[in-house]
Design a protein around this ligand. Structure first.
Ligand SMILES: Nc1ncnc2c1ncn2[C@@H]1O[C@H](COP(=O)(O)OP(=O)(O)OP(=O)(O)O)[C@@H](O)[C@H]1O
Ligand SMILES: NC(=O)c1ccc[n+]([C@@H]2O[C@H](COP(=O)(O)O)[C@@H](O)[C@H]2O)c1
Length: 173
């Protein structure tokens, strides 16, 4: 039984992520999905809460044919302990899929098998581009699975994104 791990911020979850996850599901038996930077929300680059992102993933992956776990993972100050931090919050996994260079480096140094997942039409399927379109009032709905559109509408996410993007008061501890 092979269990894999995949992490992203999913601000929001889009067809790039969906394509990668669907392909991983063809190769492994179970998948642990980390919702990264879980402590972040209400910021221009991270508008949605961990809970909202968990909901997006559950709704979009309802028909994924393998067992999957969607778990929020907060960032930690020290990259050197991040892999242990992830491991302490997830079921044991055998392989990591990522194309984030830091994630790949940290997991490889910790002795994990890491497979690099290719980018799928990156100029179109990118969180940054989707948030830009949301703020500009351009079409974005075709870039995300349908349940994501509904989840974002339910929380009035576009208004929130516009408001937090207009604010220059980014609060941090
Ligand atoms: N189009 C894509 N095809 C395949 N993988 C992607 C695509 N876009 C993002 N990913 C990958 O998904 C993982 C999670 O990324 P993330 O949630 O930050 O999305 P993103 O689109 O890169 O967001 P942002 O633009 O907000 O940084 C990363 O490893 C990222 O490289
Ligand atoms: N020190 C840390 O907390 C640390 C290190 C590496 C990756 N991460 C997180 O992993 C996630 C990686 O996802 P992206 O590929 O979407 O950037 C992000 O949420 C990122 O903040 C955190």
């Amino acid at each position: 039984m092979i269990r894999a791990f995949y992490i992203g911020r999913f601000q929001p979850y889009h067809f790039g992520h969906h394509t990668v996850i669907t392909r991983i599901a063809e190769e492994v038996d179970e998948l642990v999905i980390g919702v990264g930077s879980a402590q972040k929300s209400h910021e221009a680059t991270d508008p949605f809460t961990a809970g909202e992102r968990v909901l997006m993933l559950y709704n979009a992956l309802e028909h994924l044919p393998i067992r999957h776990y969607v778990l929020p993972i907060e960032d930690v100050r020290y990259n050197s302990i991040w892999v242990h931090h992830v491991a302490s919050r997830t079921p044991r996994f055998d392989v990591v899929y990522s194309n984030n260079p830091l994630v790949i480096q940290l997991f490889r140094e910790a002795g994990f098998c890491v497979k690099e997942s290719p980018l799928y039409i990156r100029d179109r399927y990118s969180g940054t581009e989707i948030r830009r379109r949301m703020i500009a009032g351009e079409k974005w709905e075709h870039l995300v699975p349908k349940p994501i559109v509904e989840t974002i509408k339910d929380i009035d996410g576009i208004t929130r994104l516009r408001n937090v993007s207009a604010s220059d008061n980014n609060f941090s501890l």
